[in-house]
Structures are given as C-alpha cells and as structure tokens.
Design a protein around this ligand. Structure first.
Ligand code: URA
Length: 435
C-alpha cells in the first residue's frame, strides 16, 4: 500500500477501506508516512469528508495506536464526561464529585486550556499542591480506591491523534467534523469508560459557533461512540455567555466549591445537575436522567459531593483546606469593576470577548506551553436577561498589574450590550442526542 494512492482516492471523493485507514494511522504513529503526506490527506478530508464508517475506523485505529486504560476492570461501571470546551466551564470540578458521591465511578482525563477555551487541568492545578500528572497505575488505583480521578491525559494515550492534531493545527485542517469527532472520541475510547456523556458547546465562547454546527458534531460523536460499543449521549449546551460567573482558574475553583455547597450561580447549578443526571442514567445507577438529577441534587444537598471533592483534592496532594477557606486560593492583587453605562436589560455578555480578555490577563494561553497565571480572571455580576441600573457592576476584573487591569476594563466594555427592552434569559441546553 502507498500513502500517495490513499491521498488520491480521498482527493477524488472515494471511501477508504479499513485497511487503508489502518495503514495511515500506523504510518502516522511510527513516523513512516511523512508529515507532508499526512497533511495532504487531512486537507483532502476537509474538502471531501468521510463517511461514518471511515470515521469510526479512524477513531478506533487512533484509540488503539498507544496504550489504553482498562477503566472497566478497575472500576466497573465507570462513566466519563467530556466538554468540547468553553469560557467559565468548571462543570467537571462539580459534576465528578457529585456522580462519585452517588456511587458511580468517574474516569476523567482532562486537557489544558488553549485560546479562549479554559482547560480543566489548569483549574485543578490552581489548587496548591494538586498533582495532575499521574502514572497509569496511579490513575487506575485511585479510580478503584475512591471512584474518581482528575488527571492530565497521558502521552501514551492515542498518540496518533496527538501527532495528527499537531499537524492539523499548522495546516489549516482543524475544521472538519469527521476529524474533530474522531480526534475527541479516540481519546475517550482509549481511556476506557463504557459510558460517555458529551457536553457539546455552541456559541461565541466555543469551538462550534452555532447550535446547528454543535448538533452536527454531537451527532457524529454519538454515532462513533455507539458504533464503538460505548453508551454515548451528547447534550448541546449554550456558550454564548460564560457558564456561571467566574472565568479564570483559581476564581473558577472558588465558584465550583460554592456550587458544591449549593451556593453557586443558578445556571451552573442546573447545568451540573443535568449533566450528572445523564451520567447516572447512562452508567446504570438510575432508571432515567430525571431520577439521576434528583439523586445528584440529594447528594449535593447532603454535603456528600463536597466531601468527595475534598477526598479527591487530598488524594492528589492538594490542600483540602481550600474547601473550608477558599481564601487560601491565589487571588490577583489589582481589582476593578466595570459598571453599566446605562440602565436596561443585559442583552449580551459575549463569551468569546470575555474569554479573550481573560487570556490576555494571563488566565489562558495563546500558544501551547505558555505559562498561565492562576490568580487572574473576571467575575461576572450579571447574566443575559438581568435588569441593571446605570452604574451597576457588570463584572469585576482580577489582574496582576494596574496596566493589565485598565486594558481589560477597556476591552470588556465591548463585551456587554445593554438594551432598553426586556431580554429573555438564554437557554442552558438546546438538544439531547442519543443515537
Ligand atoms: N479537540 C480535540 O481534541 N481535537 C480536535 O480536533 C478539536 C478539538
């Protein structure tokens, strides 16, 4: 078999065989196919697409390209959740201990933030002492012992995806639904859980800008998951404004702890209970997502979820006293308020613009490998639909230096839109996809 023939067949819009896809993935993994041929093939896929059969084969081949974790053997029934990423998305920090408190193990590997999309690993690492780089044995032992793990993806997991994604990133071949879906799902399959809940975000603060695009991606991922023998459900959720109020790593951990105390923002509370409800249902713990949500709400109200969070932080070397005294988390020294310039209803709190300002403050990275500042960020005081009077605080900025603070306040003026007429609150979820 020759890579050039596979590129030509895809260029001409033909469906590749399983053997051809396996050949490509092997060549990507062991370096026997040069980057220029892989990039040419990826560009052909961007233009010609792939069938669901090809995409599922690509996903499985990438999942099998390195070590895989047998989460099921160590923690039977373990569920996984994945968010396609957004601004202020601290859902995992809340949902994982809730679901574990309901008796269902959660196998969760996360990534670091890139661009406006925050990364769960950066949030966990803003807890003093918290260790996210765990060996394969540590991951499985902890999962078995306490039913939870919060770790960075190990390099040995789906290495073909790691190489392909790095090439796509620099060759303009990221925006392809089959390539995105197979990239995400290969890592989910390799991490071993039999049930996967996907939170696919749509909006200015997300990878998919519109609900229609997010629905298409969600449908592909669910089909791949189900064809690969994993029970998979996707919820398409809104990312037109940040989730909750806090954007920025330590600020989001603080908000997650408040949510685990039942004192978090209403949208975050509802979002987390809904996701938890689906995880509990898909993992076989309850007969419906509605009953799952009710069980999750009970565990939250009893304090069992916060206790689980504390156990997780302790298990990974973090300072669990942050649960009692969130002031132990880092907080940036320069603070300032952006006030409403007029009275009216909040019509927009633009997630994309708020995310970008938070990256410029140092909460996120423009390039892979950049250092971040866990203490900086933005805390909203309003959500879309709220009524504000002139002078009312729209958000508070936490910056490392006065010059960053004044630049951020200037930028954020553009992120909020206030209108005279009544504005409806935004929906949290748009669609649930399970086949
Ligand atoms: N995230 C991934 O892991 N892969 C993609 O292709 C896009 C986003």
């Amino acid at each position: 078999m020759r890579a050039v023939d596979i590129i030509i067949r895809k260029r001409d819009g033909e469906e590749l065989s399983a053997a051809e896809i396996d050949f490509l993935v092997k060549g990507i993994t062991d370096g026997t196919i040069p980057d220029y041929q892989i990039a040419a093939w990826a560009m052909a896929v961007v233009w010609r697409g792939m069938t669901i059969r090809e995409t599922t084969r690509l996903t499985l081949a990438m999942a099998e390209s390195g070590g895989q974790l047998d989460a099921e053997a160590w923690a039977p029934g373990a569920v996984d959740k994945h968010s396609t990423g957004g601004v202020g998305d601290k859902t995992t920090l809340v949902v994982e201990p809730i679901v574990a408190a309901c008796g269902l193990p959660v196998m969760k590997m996360s990534g670091r933030g890139l661009g406006i999309s925050g990364g769960t690993i950066d949030k966990w690492e803003s807890i003093p002492g918290f260790r996210t780089t765990l060996s394969r044995e540590e991951i499985l032992r902890q999962l078995s012992a306490i039913g939870m793990v919060a770790c960075a993806q190990t390099g040995e997991l789906a290495p073909a995806d790691g190489k392909l994604y790095a090439l796509r990133d620099v060759t303009g071949t990221v925006p392809s639904i089959p390539l995105i879906a197979s990239s995400i799902m290969s890592k989910k399959l390799a991490s071993g859980a039999r049930a996967i809940v996907l939170d696919v975000k749509a909006g200015s603060g997300a990878f998919m800008g519109t609900v229609a695009e997010a629905v298409t991606l969600a449908q592909w991922m669910v089909r791949i998951g189900n064809r690969a023998g994993r029970r998979t459900v996707a919820l398409v959720s809104g990312m037109f404004q940040p989730l909750g109020f806090a954007v920025g790593n330590a600020l989001e951990v603080r908000e997650a702890i408040a949510a685990l105390r039942g004192q978090g923002p209403a949208d975050l509370h509802e979002h987390c209970l809904t996701i938890a409800g689906h995880m509990l249902h898909l993992g076989g713990r309850t007969r419906s997502p509605r009953l799952g949500r009710a069980l999750a709400a009970d565990k939250l109200a009893e304090g069992a979820a916060l206790a689980k969070f504390r156990t997780l932080v302790h298990a990974q070397g973090g300072d669990e006293w942050i649960c009692d005294d969130p002031a132990l988390l880092l907080a940036a020294p320069c603070r300032g308020i952006l006030a409403a310039g007029k009275s009216g209803y909040v019509a927009e709190a633009h997630a994309g613009k708020i995310g970008l300002t938070s990256v410029r403050l140092g909460a996120g990275r423009a390039q892979k490998g950049d250092a971040i500042d866990p203490a900086v960020g933005i805390v909203l005081r309003v959500k879309v639909g709220d009524h504000v009077k002139k002078g009312y605080p729209l958000c508070e900025v936490y910056a490392a230096a006065e010059k960053d603070l004044s630049r951020a306040l200037g930028e954020l003026e553009d992120a909020f839109v206030i209108k005279r007429g009544k504005v409806k609150p935004l929906p949290l979820f748009y669609k649930i996809i399970n086949s």
